[in-house]
Design a protein around this ligand. Structure first.
Ligand code: SF4
Length: 113
């Protein structure tokens, strides 16, 4: 029978944990690399090709911009902001449809409570 001492068990667990952490880090780096490769070079989060005309109009009417020009007001500080999913380059918004930059802004900005 293969008896494992507590010490051996802990050692093997530590090695397995380190291997697992390395695998997660590697997967994250690969994902980051893919994002960079697929991220728009200059457009940021302004690709509205998947939106309806009404959604584009709302975006324009609310003057959404990828980079806020209002000091202390950016999408990531707005109550309507929805953070990006893990691995996604852009976030979203409960009001403005389409990709949203955390550093963006629109005229419907509401301070996060
Ligand atoms: S409402 Fe405007 S400022 Fe607020 S998260 Fe949406 S796009 Fe950004």
């Amino acid at each position: 029978m293969n008896a494992i001492s507590r010490k051996d068990f802990l050692k093997k667990g530590a090695v397995a944990g380190a291997v697992g952490a390395a695998a997660v880090a590697l997967a994250y780096c690969k994902k980051k690399g893919g994002e960079e490769a697929s991220a728009p070079s200059a457009g940021g989060c302004s690709d509205v090709s998947g939106l309806t005309q009404a959604e584009k109009d709302t975006r324009a009417q609310l003057k959404y911009m990828d980079k806020s020009d209002q000091e202390g007001k950016a999408c990531n500080g707005c109550a309507l902001f929805v953070p990006a999913a893990a691995g996604a380059a852009c976030a979203s918004c409960n009001l403005v449809k389409g990709p949203i930059s955390p550093e963006g802004y629109c005229t419907s900005w509401v301070k996060k409570g």
